[in-house]
Design a protein around this ligand. Structure first.
Ligand SMILES: Cc1ncc(COP(=O)(O)O)c(C=O)c1O
Length: 389
């Protein structure tokens, strides 16, 4: 069968090969430690689980409105007001099937064929695919370790072309676990807006930050508008530990809502209904308390790895202060290092190739979505492996 050009453009995740190998080794009884996983090792909070069971028992299983359950849009609006002191009207909040669908809608609604969208290198590998699906061209902007792998407006401005449509960034970012400062964010949104472009900020790891209060670009701009042509992406996947429930949201200017609604009606009909009812329980204080405890646990793990990995021969130059990732220098070619580390030391990590065209071969990502006990064991294994190579 003849396949489309787009189907060939879409890249595989190289890490999946490594994870497949790790799983096969585990099936043979080898005690592999996974530091490769991009999802919390905690289940969804108990009150959310109960709300999900209740929603199914009460047959909340029909389609909802394409833009999502009005109650959930209101709850997110209230969350922005109470947690971030920003007013975001519920009608500007669209519920989606995870941040992934929100990113896809944003790209389809904003990019014309042949237009360029600037992405940070390193960054979340799927972003280029969302841009390509909209017939846009991803343009990677190299970031520097000493700038915590986040771009400045000056760096973006230098790459701006007449056919550049906008910028798509994540803060906190994957694979780096680093954020844009409020000042840098402000410069970027202002600079992009002055050039007539759009800014998409993916805040999926927003509340998983360890050295300062959680922040949102919306604290700078207020709700997106004609003055601030901005789309903010978020998700229940990470902070609320609901990866498999496939639920997220986006905040858009009023003028973009009808286009997003048409896309949602055609491409997805609506997000998962029982999950939307369950997500209402995320904003109850008991659920938020559970998530806060987990954030503290992640912080302790981050603190441990930040001091322990360098003693095991892993160099870290940036300051990962968010998400659950550390992006560090591999002692030698990262693909070979990660493969040998798995085969000889039974620790599964992710080579940088999936995240970066620029220096991916030199870098690797550690995920600390694993218990402290396993992290301690993993560091010991890495130390011994590095001594032997
Ligand atoms: C930066 C970033 N954005 C978006 C996603 C997709 O998340 P979701 O599960 O909400 O679709 C991920 C998943 O790892 C991610 O790391």
């Amino acid at each position: 069968m003849k396949q489309s050009d787009l189907s060939h453009l879409v890249q595989p995740f190289h890490v999946m090969e490594l994870v497949k190998q790790a799983n096969a080794m585990e099936a043979q009884g080898k005690p592999v430690i996974h530091l490769s996983i991009g999802e919390p090792d905690f289940p969804m909070p108990q009150p959310v689980q109960q709300a999900l069971i209740k929603a199914v028992a009460e047959n909340q299983t029909r389609y909802t409105a394409a833009l999502g359950l009005p109650e959930l849009r209101e709850a997110i609006s209230t969350y922005y007001r109470t947690a971030f002191q920003v007013t975001v009207p519920a009608q500007q909040i669209v519920i989606t099937s995870g941040a992934s669908t929100a990113l896809m809608y944003a790209c389809l609604a904003l990019i014309n064929p042949g237009q360029e969208v600037m992405l940070a290198d390193p960054g979340y590998p799927c972003n280029k695919t969302f841009v390509q699906m909209a017939s846009g061209i991803p343009r990677f902007v190299q970031t520097r370790e000493e700038n915590n792998f986040q771009p400045s407006w000056d760096e973006l401005a230098r790459e701006w072309k007449p056919h550049t449509a906008g910028v798509l960034l994540a803060s906190p970012n994957n694979p780096t676990g680093t954020q844009l400062s409020i000042t840098a964010m402000k410069d970027i949104v202002q600079g992009v807006t002055d050039r007539g472009g759009f800014t998409i900020i993916d805040e999926i790891y927003q509340s998983l930050c360890y050295d300062s209060a959680a922040q949102s670009v919306l604290q700078i701009t207020g709700a997106p508008s004609a003055q601030w042509p901005l789309v903010v992406i978020n998700s229940f996947s990470k902070y609320f530990g609901m990866t498999g429930l496939r639920l997220g949201w986006m905040v858009v200017p009023d003028s973009l809502v009808p286009a997003i609604e048409r896309l949602a009606q055609n491409l997805n009909i609506c997000p998962n209904t029982p999950t939307q009812w369950a997500a209402l329980a995320c904003f109850q204080s008991d659920s938020l308390n559970i998530c806060e405890e987990r954030r503290q646990t992640f912080k302790a793990r981050r603190d441990f790895l930040l001091q322990a990995l360098p003693t095991a021969g892993i160099e870290i130059q940036s300051t990962p202060d968010s998400a659950f990732y550390i992006y560090a220098k591999a002692p030698f070619d990262s693909e070979r290092f990660c493969r040998e580390l798995l085969e000889k030391a039974l620790v599964c990590t992710v080579p940088g190739k999936d995240f970066s065209e620029h220096r991916g071969g030199a870098m690797l990502r550690f995920s600390y979505a694993n218990s402290m006990h396993n992290l301690e064991l993993a560091v010991e294994r890495i130390r011994r492996f590095n001594l032997q190579t």
